[in-house]
Design a protein around this ligand. Sequence first.
Ligand code: FCB
Length: 467
Amino acid sequence: MAHDAVESPDAARSEAGGDPFTPPAGSALWRKHFLLGAATASYQIEGAVNEDGRLPSIWDTFSATPGKVLHGDTGAVACDHYHRWESDIELLTSLNFEAYRLSIAWPRVMDEAGRPNRKGLDFYKRLLGKLKDKGLQTFVTLYHWDLPQHLEDRGGWLNRDTVYRFADYADLMSRELGGQVDAWMTLNEPWCSAFLGYGNGHHAPGLANPRYATQAMHHLLLAHGHALAVLRENDPASKKGIVANVGKGSANSSSDADRRAAHLFEVQHNGWILDPLLKGEYPDDLWSLWPGSEPLVLDGDMRTIHAPLDFLGINYYFRTNVQSDGAHGYTEVPLAGVERTQMGWEVYPDGLRDLLVGFHRNYPALPPIYITENGMASDDKVSDGRVDDAQRITFLKRHLAAVDQAIAQGVDVRGYFVWSLLDNFEWAFGYERRFGVVHVDYQTQQRTVKRSAQLIARFLQERAARA
Ligand code: FCB
């Protein structure tokens, strides 16, 4: 393994080629209690999809369907983390990260009747045990999109029964893993599960109807609410929250119609999730965007969804420029001449700052925030055993600076997780898009620390030395 990460600070500084990662003096990022970690998700790294009693998930089915994933890639092997977890954790700690965000594969830990699968559970117990031995904080997501296929076969998130199956799963996990988890996150990015999964079909299970998307979202949020109550009961000492991806919309012109389009973009991406969680209601403008698509909401549902959170996880990646579609919605108008990543996403750090400050102003119930994902894909290549990911270094630095500015404006941000520790299976884009701070050669499974990770390691070392 090419673990040449933790060199002396001087070596890392010269490697940085005059672009050190180090934040300015006085930055909140120097504060020891501002947590810096790395994130991954089960289906994207584990592989071993048929081992030790794991059941199929919707992503196994979807990725095996021709035309759904770039180059026909699947998560069958991925980073082989299921077998390499020990050396991956060594690598994580060698980079001086203080926290690790991982997700549990629901199909690995429960059978169809809801009985525990000991082998799957033991995998996570060993993993979390090692992380705790190493002194890392553990942030565990229960659902990062790998729904057991047998639940999808009965309607998935369109079936209200899945809500109660999720609560059973949360119950089992918090009874088995309670004490090993510092922070639980019920769901990762319900927007993606609901909209990409059921609204436009870009993600598993691949259905496309706005009415499905709103019903799936309602059940996802309700599942979150029920799971939260169970987690509080079983594991009172841990923190509990949920992770939302948020998007910044900009208006293509100063016309009222385009400004309304940008507003609707943010309602669709942010208010759809954050209003029910933090205000107990869906935003009215959602129904002007999707007339007649209101979900079936039963008495008491909104109260369950609106339960207080210990923290909110925010994932941020890019900005979207939009104009009115002439009817009740918006269409994207890509800006020319802006910096973009391998995903085609615009690099726009101010969006992160502005969204955080806006949420702080608009939601009196906003809990403390962790940035649970931020990062970028680039077509990284290993050359002489090194990976020079210059764009990522600048990207991370600028987004951390945006977080710092939000903190200075009063937003309570407690930490930041880079997406991702490893290059991995990037959903519909397969293995082509590399988000890791560590490069993975999928032929040999060799890991090579990228320059960005070396610089993060150096900063964290300096920070620890100052504490
Ligand atoms: C987020 C997902 C994560 C990863 C990044 C790039 O939407 O939560 O799994 O794919 O995007």
